[in-house]
Write a protein that binds this ligand. Structure first.
Ligand code: GLA
Length: 384
């Protein structure tokens, strides 16, 4: 088990007492690319986590050992941007973002590792940020609220990993509750837990195991497209602050002003927000057929209007449609690779795996990976 590996590594490298904190990755049922548009999302934390074994030390040097990369680095938190491997930018970013809030986390030594597959779109980076933010908050009594921890992780991602992400991933990692999905209003930051009761169905993830190199630049450029759309809408409707303020029908009159591409981006976001609300209603009513249809519709929008899918994801979703017992499928997360999320009747899961694996292999010559997902609790001290 990963937690034991992290403990063993800490003991070997540093010895002595320590505390251990953990933060999970996430799935998202629906509501993609809506978070940075002040819209709605419906994520859940999963039972795969990053574990951090940590203790405060005297002096000013932070030492962190990555069990998975088998690397140990040092930095002085006063440094502006030391030369660090990519993984270390996340904990470094968290420390810097805490400092920007006037807080003074002390020096520490830590070992971390996890079982969230990397590059699968399960937010291992948000889990890493959330795990360190939570650990430092406890270790140095910083007194930050859960929302402040989520925002600290998000800022670290913006300023040190260069992704202008929304709040969904860090929120899910901090607030997760086993057995539940969470509807988050990314404007007011109000949230509601919904029990995830799938009966004879389960959620399966299929990992394309590709991450196209455009992912970060395209992500940021979609965000710019939406901002441009909002500016145009604002020039006609001054009360509009974000795409959250408009419904699909409100934007059609401005299609000409926006141009085809910006219009499609905005149209997708307004439609996806409505789908999140409809999915919550369908979940409450136990109408899984409807949840599945909304997932397919979400994928269609991400593929044709938002343009963040790729051949590997599309093949998996197209194949899912042909298999009995599959109610819905869509790409999950930022796009350009990573996983699809599928709502599948449990008794059809084996056939589904076989059929998608064969179709994928035939087209791309590689095999995707399959993960059974369970929901889990949000970040906290392990064993407490
Ligand atoms: C990434 C970002 C999130 C969100 C999704 C797309 O996971 O980190 O904030 O925008 O993409 O829904």
């Amino acid at each position: 088990m990963k937690e034991n590996e992290v403990r063993a590594s800490f003991e070997k490298k540093f010895g002595g007492d320590y505390r251990i904190f953990a933060a999970p990755g996430r799935i998202n049922i629906i509501g993609e690319h809506t978070d940075y548009n002040e819209g709605f999302v419906l994520p859940a934390a999963i039972d795969k986590r990053i574990y951090v074994a940590i203790r405060p030390v005297n002096g000013s040097i932070v030492t962190i050992n990555s069990v998975d990369f088998d690397q140990t680095i040092n930095f002085n938190p006063e440094d502006e941007l030391p030369d660090l491997p990519h993984w270390a930018l996340y904990p470094f970013g968290v420390v810097k973002e805490l400092q920007k809030q006037g807080l003074k986390p002390g020096a520490f030594e830590a070992a971390f590792g996890g079982d969230i597959p990397d590059g699968a779109g399960l937010s291992s980076s948000a889990a890493l940020e959330s795990a360190f933010a939570t650990a430092l908050n406890h270790l140095f009594d910083l007194g930050l609220s859960k929302m402040a921890l989520a925002k600290t992780g998000q800022s670290a991602e913006h300023n040190y990993a260069g992704v202008r992400c929304g709040i969904m991933d860090q929120f899910a990692s901090i607030y997760g509750r086993a057995g539940h999905v969470m509807k988050l209003d990314c404007r007011s930051l109000e949230y509601e837990y919904f029990p995830l009761d799938l009966g004879k169905y389960s959620l399966m993830l299929i990992d394309t195991r590709v991450k196209h190199s455009l992912a970060v630049s395209e992500y940021n450029s979609r965000r710019n497209d939406c901002e441009e759309g909002v500016m145009i809408l604002q020039s006609q409707m001054p009360q509009v602050r974000s795409l959250r303020d408009v419904r699909p029908k409100d934007i059609y009159p401005y299609k000409g002003m926006m141009g085809e591409e910006i219009f499609l981006r905005c149209e997708y976001v307004t439609e996806e927000n409505e789908r999140v609300t409809e999915t919550c209603k369908a979940l409450t009513e136990g109408d899984l057929d409807r949840v599945g249809r909304l997932m397919y519709a979400s994928h269609k929008g991400l593929r044709n209007k938002y343009n963040v899918s790729c051949a590997e994801l599309d093949l998996l979703v197209d194949t899912a449609r042909t298999v009995e017992g599959v109610l819905g499928a869509r790409m999950m997360g930022g796009g350009f690779g990573g996983c699809t999320i599928n709502l599948v009747k449990s008794e059809n899961a084996d056939t589904f795996r076989k059929v998608t694996k064969a179709a994928f292999f035939q087209k791309f010559g590689t095999e995707p990976a399959y993960y059974q997902v369970n929901t889990g609790d949000g970040a906290g001290e392990s064993g407490k």
